[in-house]
Design a protein around this ligand. Structure first.
Ligand SMILES: CC(C)(COP(=O)(O)OP(=O)(O)OC[C@H]1O[C@@H](n2cnc3c(N)ncnc32)[C@H](O)[C@@H]1OP(=O)(O)O)[C@@H](O)C(=O)NCCC(=O)NCCS
Length: 188
């Protein structure tokens, strides 16, 4: 069920069209982005399709996690967003309102971003940023005043993106495999 279309302007893929071939590239990119729609996902296969490189074991783990996430979304505890291009899901992100880890999402003032993923070929074009902006705006509409997220310490590109969007480290924790996770947050 599409929620809204992309609006052009802002974000790394939308700036400047100064003419010449660069201008043409930017215009084409803008047209591509305008075809994309933010939607919600209720089928786990739409998310598994974002992991073409994953082996069966990894896919089984993602399937099991996402099935639980979709059940929580059905209860209203989160939104599982997708971004659709010509009917195909090319990215996802979850907006969590309530979580067992209250330092991430407490159902009142603190919401949490989870499971951000964009198809590899389409990364670096502003899709992740757009999903985050949509989620932040929805959280604000619902009265949340803080957004948190957790990112693997060594995922430098993602950390850089979150810092650009105003997130700052506020805690550390260990992931399921004991990997160091940086907790980041921002005021909405
Ligand atoms: C993190 C992720 C969702 C961001 O989505 P995205 O659509 O690439 O996001 P954006 O295009 O808005 O921003 C990505 C940043 O990386 C830069 N970038 C450039 N080329 C890139 C590429 N090929 N791949 C990824 N990022 C690239 C972008 O320029 C941008 O940085 P900037 O804002 O300083 O210019 C996406 O990279 C992804 O799916 N990564 C793998 C899964 C992952 O690590 N998820 C995060 C878990 S916390």
């Amino acid at each position: 069920m599409p929620i809204r279309s992309f609006s052009a302007g802002g974000g790394s893929a939308f700036g400047g069209s100064e003419g010449g071939s660069w201008g043409l590239i930017m215009e084409n990119m803008k047209e591509e982005q305008e075809k994309m729609k933010i939607t919600t996902i209720d089928k786990v296969n739409n998310i598994l399709a974002l992991y073409p490189e994953a082996d069966e074991e990894r896919l089984a783990k993602i399937r099991s996690d996402v099935e639980k996430d979709i059940k929580k979304a059905e209860k209203g505890d989160r939104i599982v967003y997708g971004i659709e291009n010509d009917g195909k899901i090319v990215g996802t992100m979850q907006l969590v309102f309530r979580d067992d880890k209250e330092f991430y999402a407490d159902g009142k003032t603190r919401a949490h971003l989870h499971h951000a993923r964009v198809l590899e070929d389409l990364r670096g074009q502003g899709i992740g940023t757009k999903l985050m902006e949509e989620a932040e705006n929805e959280a604000k509409r619902r009265g949340f005043t803080e957004m948190t997220l957790g990112v693997d310490e060594d995922n430098r590109q993602a950390v850089k993106l979150y810092e650009r969007l105003g997130y700052k480290e506020f805690m550390r924790e260990k992931g399921e495999q004991g990997e160091p996770i940086v907790g980041m947050k921002k005021d909405l």
